[in-house]
Design a protein around this ligand. Structure first.
Ligand SMILES: Cc1cc2nc3c(=O)[nH]c(=O)nc-3n(C[C@H](O)[C@H](O)[C@H](O)COP(=O)(O)OP(=O)(O)OC[C@H]3O[C@@H](n4cnc5c(N)ncnc54)[C@H](O)[C@@H]3O)c2cc1C
Length: 411
């Protein structure tokens, strides 16, 4: 018998792999629903993801664990609207439309050349090699990497910081350059989509492939039993298990193993507005330039997924990395002001719908982060997996779960 603790993507992918091989297991999840950090709620007919999250078509693991078509993917355009404080420029991916990208006024000729060269290099570099860099002492920060490659300050502030700041949830781009390059490759070679019913539909799709009797929700594990032959639940019940797989986020894992709290993580707030005034038509995000901005990026999400709002309404999601300690109301006012700075017709037309705070979104991923085994010396029959292993992403969480199941099956 195997006990999997945690029903996020890693735990679910692990469970699916064990189920395919006929192993006997039970999955124990503390929350009343599966999905962990992939959470969606509903309010007044609007669909609200807990943080702006997208799946990339270049994430190979997704197709191996679910039927993508059944999630009714809503596709983003591979590009963005850049706002430099005065005007909007439409940036298209150089890999989708090289001619348009060549003539785009978004970047200088020099930056276009540097980006094209970097993109070409990445096409021929396996993801494994890029991720290996995250474990190397030669890894440095994304900001330092872009500087070393000669990218201009304008490229940094107009594109790299708003776009990758939002992806890595890191305003300073102090995150590992290896991880940045991995993501850049995934974005260049894939397209972003979201499930029509919200991001939580993805983990739910995995769960529907598992017998419901093997999923125990509202079941928090309080400890690994002293003789290590199982886990002890919050209510005192012991579940016997020969092997224990801890498919947990890094802070929960540290708590359960009585280890020190892991290095600082990154959080995010998302402010949702409803409006009957459409701000723009394109199915892509808007990247406002400037470090001092509160809103890192925003998107009229209904341009991509019409079903996220009731008929006649549009839904705007604004991602905020640093809330500056502002109250929910102040934050919403500031976000509305910044969005109106980009689209003047938004002034007075945005109604604050909800603010969702995600204090733990992704682990801190400083240069060389993967070199340090965050959880060494696990007891012999205890395994751990999750997105903290190799760089937080949907792909990383799924792969970590699948590979851990294979290790357990190999004994
Ligand atoms: C705001 C935000 C935006 C993101 N954007 C993207 C994106 O655009 N693209 C992308 O690829 N990735 C993105 N990610 C990252 C991605 O969502 C995560 O990497 C992935 O969901 C992590 O899955 P996991 O299974 O490793 O961890 P989790 O989802 O954290 O799962 C851990 C599970 O363990 C459960 N648990 C904890 N303690 C216990 C206990 N004691 N007993 C039982 N159960 C317990 C929790 O309830 C949870 O369900 C984003 C994440 C966030 C939060």
């Amino acid at each position: 018998m195997i006990a999997i603790v945690g029903g996020g993507l890693a735990g679910l992918a692990c469970a699916l792999e064990l189920h395919r091989s006929g192993a006997e297991f039970v999955l124990l999840e503390a929350a009343p629903v599966v999905g962990g950090r992939q959470r969606t709620s509903r309010k007044d007919g609007f669909i609200l993801d807990h943080g702006f999250q997208v799946v990339l078509s270049s994430y190979g693991a997704v197709a191996s664990v679910c039927d993508i078509a059944s999630l009714r993917p809503c596709w983003f355009e591979s590009g963005a609207l850049l706002h430099d404080g005065r005007r909007l420029t439409h940036l298209v991916s150089p890999f989708q439309n090289p001619v348009s990208a060549l003539f785009s006024p978004a970047f200088s000729i020099g930056d276009k050349f540097r980006l094209a060269r970097l993109g070409a290099e990445l096409l021929f570099t396996p993801c494994k090699k890029l991720l290996a860099r995250c474990a190397s002492t030669a890894d440095f920060s994304t900001r330092a990497f872009l500087k070393q490659r000669g990218f201009s300050e304008s490229f940094f502030s107009r594109f790299a910081q708003p776009f990758f700041g939002g992806v890595l949830l890191d305003n300073e781009l102090a995150t590992s350059a290896g991880l940045f390059l991995y993501y850049l490759k995934k974005f260049l070679t894939g397209r972003a989509w979201i499930p029509a019913a919200g991001i939580q539909a993805l983990p739910e799709a995995l769960a529907t492939r598992l017998p419901s009797t093997l999923l125990r929700l509202k079941t928090r594990v309080a400890a690994i039993s002293h003789d290590r032959n199982g886990v002890v639940l919050e209510n005192g019940e012991t579940i016997r298990a020969d092997q224990i797989i801890l498919a947990l986020d890094a802070p929960s894992l540290a708590r359960l193993l009585c280890l020190p709290t892991p290095p600082p993580a990154r959080g995010v707030s998302v402010v949702y507005f409803k409006t009957q005034t459409s701000l723009y038509e394109d199915p892509c995000i808007v990247l406002p330039e400037g470090q001092s901005r509160r809103v890192r990026h925003f998107v009229q999400i209904t341009n991509v997924a019409r079903g996220f709002a009731p008929e006649g309404w549009h839904l705007i999601s604004a991602t905020i990395l640093d809330d500056g300690g502002l109250s929910t109301e102040q934050l919403a006012n500031e976000a509305a002001r910044e969005i109106s700075g980009v689209f003047p017709r938004a002034a007075g037309a945005l109604e604050h719908l909800e603010t969702i705070q995600v204090p733990y979104a992704v682990p801190g991923q400083a240069p060389g982060f993967a070199a340090r085994n965050a959880f060494p010396d696990l007891p012999q029959n205890v395994y751990a997996c999750g997105d903290w292993e190799r760089g937080a992403s949907i792909q990383a969480a799924l792969r970590s779960g699948i590979e851990t199941a294979k290790r357990v099956l190999c004994g």
